[in-house]
Each structure stands twice: as structure tokens, then as C-alpha cells.
Write a protein that binds this ligand. Structure first.
Ligand code: GLA
Length: 724
């Protein structure tokens, strides 16, 4: 890894990637290259400029240069570049105009952490950072651009710090976390779209001239669009081809856009959503953008995923949990819903313990007045009619059985029917004079307020301080509306949604620092706020409220583009499934969940003896496998057709692997279909542990295996191989 300067060029590189910028005329910072590592950059690939009509002229040593297609590294609008800007600032005179020029650059020998925001960290790796300063003296504005590179993998992290060094008050109207120029060629755009209970669907289409955009204005990153997109060549597959991935370490409103200009060149950006944002920067103040991850792979989508998985497991999620197997849990939601009772908990947890389950999670219902979602949110007082002796008693009951105890909270929500709302109606997000909007019968607390943050910290603290709780499910079940804080003055109204997220991060930061051993699972009606920002505080996320195994294959497949299996919770639930009515075998449900953080979410008292013993076997098998799964790499194998989804996990030293093939429908037409393995060592020979057949790694990756044809709709088939 190195950051080197040569004349006006800076070259950031490691063995996987190079990122090159040039300062033209000591003024203009431009991007020259991002991609596979090169030894040295000597100004190849510069566009041919010639005199064009209907254009602008510039004080630049490059003859006939047009700013209309100049590859500005951090572009602004107003003097000849008409494409999407990365930064828009309104000066006190009301004019939206700045013209920053390059000032200096320097190397920092560490990975900077961002003020009040989650960000990746160096951990066991070495990281170097380039800091570039650009300045607009007239406006009194400094822009610090940050580029961090790790000693391995195709990752560059980016963020900006904007500082007001003048005397006027500035308004930041748009400040993106990264802007990247890519050369004119054909690209496909790929993103993950969805909705509640059907998250992370793959959306891939060819980029056309003009702007293509995805976003969230819902206050959370949302199930509608993951704050991620990838650009790749149209030929890119799971294992071959170039991919550029962009992901934002942030949990609120975002936008991600790509502009293909008249010449086919690309400008790609990701950052805060400018439509919901306006930040007042008084003299002396600074603003830090969320961190963006740039990911380059020349080994297809799997290569991109391997980079993200490595980064998120070892350089983003809480270090304490990165290499720690997670407890197998039983969650009460789908077996009890709101109607929880000590008797049910006792019976179910007794069986759970016998089957080998390690953690009992009491989900929603424990604090509610009734058995619905209309009341009590915000009070967080256990309903002792349901649970005599309160949470303390439940925790003791579970602990006495030798299991861990987990509890559900939705800290950000407040019911109209709650003492908290009656005492502090001013604590909700609200617009004076207008009726509040409910979502799932609840309002949202105004987390931009310090008193609300303090209240949440104290509430959680009161439950955690006695060590009775080993796990928290941190839920958040509605998007933001009425986005206004009674406390924030008129000038700063455009800051509320970002301040909400900063407030949330402050609460999470305080709680996770004080209770580092408590495992927190993020949830937002499933995957509505599953993003790298949350992952910094909570090492796993409930991926979807849809527990149907068939749908879960698609959902986990989609999320696997970005997140390692250890970041996802996956449960075996009852059949027919509560969301889809689909019936699936117990084995298939287990196969879908077993590579992830395994849990069960069904009424164990209703399982037959045969089912209970099958569950006990699954758990015993998982306990043996989970240690090596923790350090194994997950690959998506290129499926021969849409009837299959195929995953494999390969140990880090490539000495063993497992592959799971999901067949959607029984179809005799597919009896000749093959799939190729990936991520193996070509020189190793591997033996199938069941039938003892032996194949070379090269043979498995080049020739492949024939998909087994099973006479059953939706069936999972798994194979295990070890090196001989
Ligand atoms: C959300 C979660 C579920 C469950 C319910 C409880 O929908 O995603 O898993 O916890 O809330 O109300």
C-alpha cells in the first residue's frame, strides 16, 4: 500500500487497486483513474479536446478544454460544468455559487474516525489516508477530501469535511460523500430495491444518457432502496468482469445518482439526500459528511462482495463480535405475538434448552396494555398482568435454565396512549398546527433533541445495568413523517432528519460503549434500516419480517452482495408460513437459515417429537459448523438458470467447502444443467464426505457439477467437500 506524489499526480495504491488524481495548473483537481492496480501512471487516456461551439472558455493550460466534460474530482456548478454537482453552497447574499481550487495535500498514517458518525476502522490492517484541501477564499470555505486505503482489498473510503473559515453564514444545500468519474464505456447499473417483507431484490439495467437515481426520503435508509449501487460492464457475471461498488455508511435519507454525459463519460455519486437537507454553517463551524465506500473488483460481483464482507466484518462491525459465534436463539414473536405469558415462556424455553438453543428472546408484547400495537410505547414498563414479577423475573427464569435472555425494544417510537406522550407531547417529531401522522399506531420521538437522547439512554440503562439482559432486538417500525423539531430554530429546519440520525448514533454509541458485551440485533420491520451505519453499532440485523424460506433465499441472496452472513439473522419458522402460507420442509427451512445467525421462531410446544428431534440434530450440526463458518467466505455460484439459487461457503484456507443448491420447482427439463464452483484452490483435490467421490478444485471450477434433480418443489440440497 502506498500514496505517492509525482509532479502533479497522486497515486493511491495497493496490490488490488490504483486511484489516481492530477492537479491541473495547480488549481483543478481531476480524477485520472480508478481500477485494477497499475505500477505507475504517466498521463495515459486523457481525452482529446477540440474547439466546440455552444461552450465555455477557461483559464487552463489544456488547449480547448471544456469544463463540460472535465473529470472534476469534487465538482461544483456555476462555471461551465453542468453535470451533477457534489457540493452546493448558498452564500449570505443568496447566491448559490462557489469556486474552490486546490490548495494542498498530505498523507495521514491512520484511518480518521468521523465526528459523531459511524465509519470503518483500521483494526488489524494498515491504513493510509490522503487529505486534500481545496479552498474558496471569497466564500470563506475550505473543503477537506479524505481517501483511505487498506493494505489489501479493492476498497477506498471517502468523506469530506467542510469548514467555514470566513465571516458570513453559509448554507450547505448538497454535500455528497463521493463523486467519481469513470471513462466512456457501456455500464450496467445494479441496485437493491424492495419493500417491507420483500427486501433486497436485484435491479440491473444498462445506463442511458442522462441521470439515473435511487434515494430514500423516508428518514431511514429504507427497504425501498439499499444505500448502494454498482456500475459494471454489461458482460460482468458473478465471477468475471469489472465492478465498481458504492455504499454509504449512513442510516437516513440518501441519494445515489449516476450521470452519463453526451460523450458517454460517467459521474457517479452517493451521499445525503439533498432534497431533505440544508445545513447552516456559521463562521468557524464545520460539517462532516457520512463515509462512502468505493469498492473495485475485476472478479465480478463475488469479488465485490468478498471486499465488502471483509470490510464489514473486520473493519466496521463492533470488533468484539466480529470473530465471535452468535448464540442460537428462540424468538417469541411468531409463536406468541403480543400475547406473551410467563407460562408460555417457561414451557417454550424448557424445550428450547433441551434442543440446544442458547438464547431466549422475548419480543414485542411484554410492556403493552393489551395485545396490540396501540399503546405503551415509550413507557417501557413491563405489564405484570402478563408477566408477574416483571422482566427481572423472566430473565431469572431463563438464566436459571442456563440460557441467555434477550429483550425487544423500539426505543425511537412513542404511543399516543402512553404516560410519556401525556407528559412530553413536545418530544415527538411534529409540525405545529398540523395533526401528527401515525405509522403502526405510533409517533416518533424527536431524536435530534438532547433531552430525548438522554431519556433513551437512561431507559435502556435501567434495563441493562443489572446484567439481566444479554441481547437486545432494537426495532424501528415506521418511516419518519412530520419531520420537524420544536426545539430547532427556524434557520435550521433543514437539519432535522440528519440530526435525528446523529441523535440515534449518539444513543447507540453511548449504550454500546457502556455495555460492550450485550449483543444488539438491529431491526426495522425487518430490513428497513439494514445499512453499514447501523452495522457499526449492532453486529447483526434481522433481514426481513418475511420468514418464508423460499422468499428468504432471494432476500439473503440480495443482501449477500454486501453483507457477510454473520451480519444477518435468519430463523426457522412455522409451516405453513405466516406471511406467505407456503409449506416447506423443516430441512429446507434449516438449510436456508443455517449459514447465517441461526434462530428459531415457532411454537416448540406444537412441534411433534419427530420435529423436535430433527431440530435438535440441526442445532447440534450447526454448533459443529459455526466455528468454521465464522471465518469462511460466502460465494454466490452462477446458477444455470432461474430455477436455482446456489450458495457455497469456502474455508479461508480453502481446505473445505459446503454448497447448498435451492431448487425452486421440480422440472425434468433441467436434468442436464451444470453449475461451477468458485473460490476453491485449483491444485487441491476435494472429497465429497457423503459418497466419497473425489474431484479436483480446477475440475469443480471449470467443468462443474450437475444440479441434482429432486422430485419436489422448493427443495434444498447440500454437499460437503474436504481437501484430501
Ligand atoms: C417488527 C419486527 C418483528 C417483530 C415485530 C414486533 O415487525 O420486524 O420481527 O419484532 O416488529 O412488533
Amino acid at each position: 500500500m502506498s500514496i505517492t506524489f509525482h509532479n502533479n499526480i497522486v497515486h493511491i495504491k495497493n496490490s488490488a487497486i490504483s486511484y489516481v488524481m492530477e492537479v491541473v495548473d495547480r488549481k483543478y483537481l481531476v480524477n485520472r483513474y480508478f481500477g485494477k492496480s497499475i505500477r505507475k501512471y504517466r498521463l495515459s487516456g486523457i481525452p482529446h479536446y477540440f474547439k466546440r461551439g455552444y461552450n465555455t472558455e477557461h483559464d487552463c493550460s489544456i488547449e480547448n478544454v471544456s469544463f463540460d466534460d472535465f473529470p472534476f474530482e469534487y465538482p461544483v456548478r456555476g462555471f461551465g460544468d453542468y453535470r451533477i454537482p457534489a457540493l452546493t453552497v448558498k452564500q449570505e447574499n443568496g447566491i448559490e455559487f462557489i469556486r474552490p481550487i486546490f490548495k494542498s495535500w498530505k498523507i495521514l498514517s491512520e484511518k480518521p474516525q468521523l465526528d459523531g458518525l459511524p465509519s470503518t476502522f483500521a483494526g488489524n490492517s494498515k491504513v493510509e489516508t490522503l487529505e486534500i484541501l481545496c479552498e474558496d477564499k471569497q466564500a470563506g470555505l475550505q473543503i477537506f477530501l479524505y481517501y483511505s486505503i487498506f493494505d489489501e482489498k479493492g476498497i477506498i473510503t471517502r468523506h469530506q469535511k467542510i469548514v467555514n473559515i470566513g465571516t458570513q453564514t453559509l448554507k450547505l444545500q448538497n454535500v455528497q460523500s463521493v463523486s467519481l468519474e469513470l471513462p466512456a464505456q457501456d455500464y450496467d447499473f445494479l441496485s437493491l430495491f424492495g419493500t417491507h417483507a420483500k427486501e433486497a431484490n436485484i435491479n440491473r439495467f444498462p445506463i442511458h444518457h442522462g441521470i439515473q437515481k435511487i434515494e430514500s426520503v423516508r428518514g431511514s435508509s429504507s427497504p425501498q432502496h439499499q444505500p448502494f449501487f454498482a456500475l459494471m460492464s454489461p458482460q460482468t457475471t458473478e465471477n468475471n468482469g469489472e465492478v465498481y461498488g458504492f455504499h454509504l455508511v449512513y442510516s437516513g435519507n440518501f441519494m445515489a445518482q449516476v450521470e452519463k454525459d453526451q460523450f458517454g463519460s460517467i459521474r457517479a455519486q452517493i451521499g445525503l439526500n439533498k432534497d431533505e437537507f440544508c445545513w447552516t454553517l456559521s463562521d468557524g463551524q464545520s460539517f462532516t459528511t457520512p463515509e462512502a465506500i468505493l469498492n473495485y473488483s475485476c472478479n465480478g460481483l463475488n469479488g465485490m462482495s468478498q471486499n465488502f464482507h471483509w470490510l464489514y466484518q473486520h473493519h466496521l462491525m463492533p470488533e468484539k463480535f466480529a470473530n465471535k459465534t452468535r448464540p442460537i436463539l428462540l424468538n417469541s414473536w411468531e409463536s406468541m405475538y403480543y400475547d406473551v405469558s410467563l407460562e408460555k415462556i417457561d414451557k417454550q424455553s424448557t424445550i428450547a434448552k433441551q434442543l440446544g438453543i442458547e438464547l431466549f428472546v422475548l419480543d414485542d408484547g411484554w410492556f403493552r396494555k393489551g395485545n396490540d400495537s396501540y399503546s405503551s410505547m415509550g413507557d417501557w414498563i413491563c405489564n405484570e398482568n402478563k408477566l408477574p414479577g416483571g422482566i427481572e423475573n423472566v430473565a431469572k427464569l431463563i438464566h436459571n435454565k442456563g440460557m441467555q435472555f434477550g429483550l425487544w425494544f423500539e426505543p425511537e417510537a412513542i404511543s399516543e396512549d402512553s404516560n410519556l406522550y401525556r407528559t412530553h407531547p413536545e418530544w415527538t417529531l411534529q409540525v405545529p398546527g398540523y395533526e401528527l401522522t401515525k405509522g403502526r399506531h405510533e409517533y416518533l420521538l424527536d431524536l435530534s433533541r438532547e433531552d430525548v437522547q438522554k431519556f433513551l439512554i437512561e431507559t435502556l440503562d435501567s434495563y441493562l445495568k443489572d446484567g439481566l439482559i444479554d441481547y437486545i432486538k432494537w426495532d424501528m417500525n415506521r418511516p419518519l413523517t412530520d419531520v420537524n423539531s420544536l426545539e430547532i430554530d427556524c434557520v435550521r429546519k433543514g437539519e432535522v432528519s440528519h440530526r435525528y440520525i446523529l441523535g440515534l448514533y449518539n444513543v447507540l454509541d453511548t449504550i454500546t460503549k457502556k455495555y460492550p458485551k450485550v449483543l444488539i440485533e438491529g431491526c426495522s420491520s425487518g430490513g428497513a434500516r439494514f445499512d453499514p451505519g447501523m452495522l457499526y453499532y449492532v453486529p447483526q440485523n434481522w433481514t426481513s419480517d418475511n420468514t418464508d424460506a423460499f422468499d428468504r433465499v432471494q432476500i439473503q441472496f440480495g443482501y449477500s452482495l454486501l453483507y457477510p452472513p454473520i451480519a444477518m439473522g435468519a430463523h426457522v419458522s412455522i409451516t405453513p408460513n405466516h406471511q406467505t402460507g407456503r409449506t416447506t420442509s423443516l430441512n429446507t427451512r434449516y438449510q436456508v437459515a443455517r449459514l447465517f445467525n441461526l434462530g428459531y421462531e415457532l411454537d416448540l410446544t406444537k412441534c411433534t417429537e419427530k420435529e423436535q428431534s430433527e431440530i435438535a440434530q440441526q442445532i447440534a450440526q450447526h454448533k459443529i459448523a459455526r466455528d468454521w463458518l465464522l471465518t469462511a467466505n460466502l460465494y454466490r455460484n452462477q446458477s444455470p438458470n432461474e430455477n436455482y439459487a446456489i450458495w457455497s461457503v469456502v474455508s479461508d484456507d480453502k481446505s473445505q467447502f459446503e454448497v447448498i443448491i435451492f431448487q425452486k420447482f421440480h422440472n425434468p427439463l433441467f436434468s442436464h444443467d451444470k453449475f461451477k464452483l468458485c473460490g476453491l484452490n485449483s491444485d487441491f483435490d476435494y472429497m465429497n464426505v457423503d459418497d466419497k467421490s473425489v474431484f479436483g478444485g480446477d475440475e469443480l471450477m471449470q467443468v462443474g457439477l450437475t444440479v441434482p434433480l429432486i422430485r419436489e418443489d422448493f427443495h434444498a440440497f447440500s454437499l460437503k467437500f474436504v481437501k484430501i
